[in-house]
Design a protein around this ligand. Sequence first.
Ligand code: DP6
Length: 403
Amino acid sequence: SGAMAEERALTMVTCTAPVNIAVIKYWGKRDNDLILPINSSLSVTLHQDQLKTTTTAAASRDFTEDRLWLNGEEADVGHPRLQACLREVRRLARKRRGGSAEDAAPLSLSYKIHIATENNFPTAAGLASSAAGYACLVSALARLYGVEGELSEVARRGSGSACRSMLGGFVQWQRGERPDGRDSLAHQVAPETHWPELRVLVLVVSGEKKQVGSTAGMQTSVDTSPLLKHRAEVVVPERMALMMRHIGERDFEGFGQLTMQDSNQFHATCLDTFPPIFYLNDLSRHIIALAHRFNTHHGRTKVAYTFDAGPNAVIFTLADTVAEFVEVVRRSFPPATNGDQFVRGLPVGSASLPEELLTAVVMEPVPGAVRYILHTKPGPGPQFVDDPSQHLLGADGLPRRCT
Ligand code: DP6
């Protein structure tokens, strides 16, 4: 009937997906096309109330070409990694439908698609967005085509770290052994509810974009760094087991120390790369020293830093330490502008710092070096958005609002 035909003319779904931050880092591929890593890695999924990507995917027999919009701007759909994700989701859909008539299927695989995606955080802040982006794309496409189950393998084809954003809480990406990558998957180690006191502070720093992208950087590291080879073969397998134990026991000191050590070793492999890659700068080293002075003053590990392939610092701590450490950061990096909110995200209580802590921990302040602090915590994996008013595409299949 006409009504039926109209109803089926446009199918649309919207998903959100989280950012994750690795505490045992992924750095190096053994297969560039399939995105298979040289070592396993482990991450914490961050809460989507503070950091998320939203993606709407629509299919219609009326669309004449595949189209993509990133934060309101039309972008190239031809990107090989995006095409790989699309191809894999469609392959799973075909497999799932098996012999069943195409007619009975939720959606024709031959329809062109429109995809719109946006972040609830400024892209310019340099926060890992490809992981959330690909996790969100794959979640939305899977929903659109009625595919369920193991999807981390598909998200991995978009960006290695994206496979870990397919799950909430504490997530490991097992390197796997097979050449075809079927066993290179993400698994949840513990849900976000496992460690309710754990908090995350993202120190968004002022300054330049990253010099060398992860994909190119890790390739040079694989080709030239003997330290990276040793790390992948010997160090990471031991650390994965240890980190899972610390998480299981909610041992913050063990978790925090290993997180810092693994971040430091990742950056050591960058220095061991030839020519060397530098992601840490003077400000990163300043923050590292600050964290160690803070911990030394307290006589135990109360905060732990980790840095990826960019200048922002991510701090893990427990809820009871947030207010004090935020005050230490505020004193160390006095905000440049008064009006701008320096602390964003989850509320932070006020703390007055004892004189002896100030003297021992806060050294020469660097005004304006930290733009703002984002306070967040571990959170769940990708979510479906049921409210149609949240779709990023209108009934005509074009972006609703531009940013
Ligand atoms: C330093 O996942 O961005 O953040 O697989 O080439 O897309 P590709 O690389 P990507 O690398 C992330 C590297 C890292 C560490 C980590 O997240 O484990």
